[in-house]
Design a protein around this ligand. Structure first.
Ligand code: ZN
Length: 150
């Protein structure tokens, strides 16, 4: 089960849905969220922060290490902001901030084709998924680089 929580960035311009995989880490793990606008004023500290395409997430690593007991041993051993982010313990819901909203809309449009032409639908959804990953990779989103498929 994955709990969803919405967080506002420091300047208040953006609201982002954050996924906590298996609810291992509590929402308190996320100390601060910075959008590309407000991240400019942040001194990046890799011991507690991750960067993704101009966005910064700051973690409370003390909370994270206290609560990390039920993670697989390899994650527990190497617990770092990157592991928390890349393994979805406290990360974007989807591949980038707002992904689940965009991809739902895009999928709905393609789904409409399924009723009329199921074969075309399969082609469309496949090419949509591929194009989407290519686009996200070229935009520089971390999770698009790390994952082969959605
Ligand atoms: Zn902001």
């Amino acid at each position: 089960m994955c709990m969803d929580h919405t967080f506002k960035c420091a300047c208040g311009a953006s609201e982002v849905s954050i996924n906590f995989k298996n609810e291992i880490l509590p929402p308190e793990t996320l100390v601060a969220l910075y959008c590309p606008k407000c991240s400019k004023n942040v001194a990046f500290d890799s011991s507690s922060m991750v960067q993704d395409n101009g966005w910064i997430i700051e973690y409370d690593m003390e909370v994270a290490s206290l609560m990390a007991n039920s993670m697989p041993a390899e994650h527990l051993r190497n617990l770092s902001p990157s592991v928390i982010f890349e393994e979805d313990y406290c990360s974007w819901r989807g591949l980038y901030p707002g992904d689940h909203v965009d991809s739902l809309k895009e999928r709905e449009a393609i789904l409409a084709i399924a009723k009329v032409n199921p074969k075309k639908y399969l082609e469309e959804i496949k090419s949509w998924a591929n194009k989407r990953m290519e686009r996200l990779k070229s935009e520089g989103w971390r999770k698009a680089h790390e994952r082969v498929a959605v």
